[in-house]
Design a protein around this ligand. Structure first.
Ligand code: TMP
Length: 213
């Protein structure tokens, strides 16, 4: 395991994760803490190329297992090239999505099975697991409304899934919450960004103090 701290942010689409992560990052930088902000799928060139294949709205023929394997491949490259070196340097890594997205989206919502998707991901992530997972919980309808209002945001292949899929993603996350509750903290993401940020910031600061890095 690396010496730093690996914090991942999870939740359905339009939960406001990116905005909050950016604010947390700015706060940690101001406190002179060594940290890095990144995202999945992507974060580095090879993984951004894989992201383009997965999320391209033209790729309607993509098989669910292909999708799961591509996310795992992007995850591996991003971890090896960017996350592990940063953790080894003792950095706090803030990552927009990680393993739990695959378990909720491909494992549960696509119906591949949480355990099955976890198995293929074990190969990709080796023993690297997040120290803390912040789960942004929001009614899917509200999340998708936010996406539609945010004109600058890309509408990707997964955003275009029906409401039933997005309901299942939320259900998948709540199953994960029960299964792996030791390091997942759920936050109500339906409120104003500033309120959500304050709550997330409090949780992260408490965890940083406890880990004393
Ligand atoms: P985002 O960058 O806007 O969050 O978009 C990434 C999309 O990919 C989002 O709909 C969630 C989805 N996703 C998965 O289905 N599985 C995964 O493992 C990851 C990382 C993302």
């Amino acid at each position: 395991m690396g010496k730093g701290m690996f914090i991942t942010f999870e939740g359905g689409d339009g939960a406001g994760k990116s905005t909050v992560i950016n604010k947390v990052y700015e706060e940690l930088v101001k406190k002179n803490l060594s940290c890095m902000i990144t995202r999945e799928p992507g974060g580095i060139d090879i993984a951004e190329q894989i992201r383009e294949v997965i999320l391209n709205v033209k790729n309607t023929k993509m098989d669910a297992r292909t999708e799961a394997l591509l996310y795992a491949a992007a995850r591996r490259q991003h971890l090896a090239e960017k996350v592990i070196p940063a953790l080894e340097e003792g950095k706090i890594v803030l990552c927009d999505r990680f393993l739990h997205s695959s378990l909720a989206y491909q494992g549960y919502a696509r119906g591949l099975g949480i355990e099955e998707v976890y198995e293929i991901n074990k190969f990709a992530i080796d023993s690297y697991m997040p120290d803390l997972v912040i789960l942004f919980d929001i009614e899917p309808k509200l999340g998708l409304e936010r996406i539609n209002k945010n004109k600058g945001r890309e509408i990707n292949r997964l955003d275009k899934e029906n409401m039933d899929f997005h309901d299942k993603v939320r259900e998948g996350y709540s199953i994960l919450m029960e299964k792996y509750n030791h390091n997942i903290v759920k936050v109500d993401a339906s409120g104003a960004v500033d309120e959500v940020y304050l709550e997330v910031s409090k949780i992260i600061n408490e965890n940083i103090e406890n880990k004393a890095i």
